[in-house]
Design a protein around this ligand. Structure first.
Ligand code: PMP
Length: 434
């Protein structure tokens, strides 16, 4: 039984002492005090099925016993050294992470950091060092973090401040086939969106660029799935301009897309740099940049240091996570539960006119709410109402997109068949009340 401060006390503490800009879901504050697998619990012990997973961070389940054991053991052994000394955990994790890269990719060097933002910053630095070029291209509606540099690459007004940020950034058209200029009914959409990148290179840069970065399914932006064939063409344009291709796998990695371990593999491309975070630590802070040796060598001219990057505790935990993903067939479960979810959500779309779009891959799913299927006017209040009702009925869902009208369904990948049935039933009931 939970015996700490009450939700009301914590709300008051946060209001009094913390950043006034932090936001929280739900009208009635929800404090989570315990987690177990795909479930979380509030102070009264009420159970919720967690289909947002700490924003796509809990990969193999809250407090997975093997993750806990690995962390505990390391905490009792040695908590920290920094990379100026040798420690086995970080070196072994590096090897194990590399073993997950596609064969023949040449992606064989790892740098560890603590967050996705730091890792993306490092990826950008590497691309500039390697290419000697400065300009970068990211996608409108993309999210890459909150550091100064990443606020520049991120292209959503909700996450920006009116200050200079990351010079040399160009934002390409978002290949959103639901809302963009080239829709689902345009068989050439991938090619047309890819051409926009080429157009940017030709008109906004000296013709040489440092890098192109993208999520293959936009997370914060509302589960926008890049069209098939798009990345392949874009990567060619970028490489023709001397640039490196960075895959931001912070949300899509570690089997979440179901068909592949990495999201980019589903697009038939090999990036020059891969950035991972979130699910790798199953809730503990660890992130990494993986690149080729020739790219890493250009960084040798200066030191790279990060006090907690690659700390033994986070590394021991990440090693346990990688092992669990294999041992418990997590990727296959992401695939099967993803198919089950999709089928159910598409049925709901037939039933409810305000479900404008259902999209995603594996357990990275989005459902976009509109007031009208023709005008696509976003149904923001309705989205909020459904969210509140789902919470009452024991289901937590994420929300996102520029307009805040997209449900984000990205549960811990250990979710069961019965859980998906429950989630679909609760959503159906909440939609039915609209
Ligand atoms: N890239 C993507 C795709 C993300 O979703 C996020 C976090 N939401 C980041 C980078 C930044 O990660 P962090 O918050 O760990 O800095």
């Amino acid at each position: 039984k939970y015996e700490g401060p009450s939700t009301a006390e914590v709300v008051s503490l946060r209001r009094q002492y913390m950043n006034p800009g932090i936001f929280a879901y739900y009208k009635k504050p929800l404090m989570l005090v315990e987690g177990n697998g795909q479930y979380v619990y509030d102070e009264e012990g009420k159970q919720y099925l967690d289909t947002f997973a700490g924003i796509v961070t809990i990969s193999v389940g809250h407090c997975h016993p093997k993750v806990v054991a690995a962390g505990q053991k390391q905490l009792e052994t040695i908590m920290h050294t920094t990379t100026i000394y040798y420690n086995p955990e970080v070196a072994l994790l590096a090897k194990e992470l590399i073993s997950k890269m596609p064969e023949g990719s040449g992606l064989n060097r790892v740098y560890f950091t603590n967050s996705g933002s730091e890792a993306n910053d490092l990826a950008v630095l590497m691309s500039r060092m390697y290419t000697g070029a400065y300009d970068m291209i990211s996608l409108r509606n993309g999210y890459h973090g909150m550091s100064e540099g990443m606020r520049g690459l991120t292209a959503l007004k909700n996450w920006k401040f009116a200050v200079p940020q990351a010079f040399g950034v160009h934002h390409a058209l978002n290949p959103n086939r639901y809302r963009g200029p080239f829709g689902y009914d345009d068989p050439d959409s991938a090619h047309k969106y890819a051409n926009d990148v080429k157009d940017l290179i030709d008109h906004a840069t000296p013709g040489k660029i440092a890098c192109y970065i993208a999520e293959c399914i936009q997370g914060v932006g509302g589960t926008v799935v890049l069209p098939d064939g798009y990345l392949k063409e874009v990567y060619k344009h970028v490489r023709d301009a001397g640039g490196l291709c960075i895959a931001d796998e912070v949300q899509t990695g570690f089997g979440r897309t179901g068909t592949h371990y990495w999201g980019f593999e589903g697009h038939g491309v090999i990036p020059d740099i891969v950035v991972v975070a979130k699910g790798m630590g199953n809730g503990t802070p660890i992130a990494a940049v993986i690149t080729r040796e020739d790219v890493a060598m250009t960084m040798k001219t200066g030191l790279h240091f990060n006090t907690y990057g690659g700390n033994p505790v986070s590394c021991a935990i990440a090693r346990a996570v990688l092992k669990i993903i294999d041992e418990e067939n997590i990727q296959q479960n992401a695939y099967e539960r993803g198919e089950q979810y999709m089928e159910g959500l598409l049925k709901l779309q037939k039933k409810y006119d305000f479900i404008g779009d259902v999209r995603g891959k594996g357990l990275m799913i989005g459902l976009e709410m509109v007031k009208d299927r023709v005008t696509k006017e976003p149904a923001v209040e309705e989205t909020l109402q459904v969210m509140e009702r789902c919470r009452d009925m024991g289901l937590l869902i994420g929300r996102g997109g520029l307009l805040g009208n997209v449900f984000r369904i990205k549960p811990p990948m250990c979710i069961s068949e019965a859980d998906v049935v429950f989630a679909l039933d609760v959503m159906d009931r909440a939609f039915g009340e609209l």
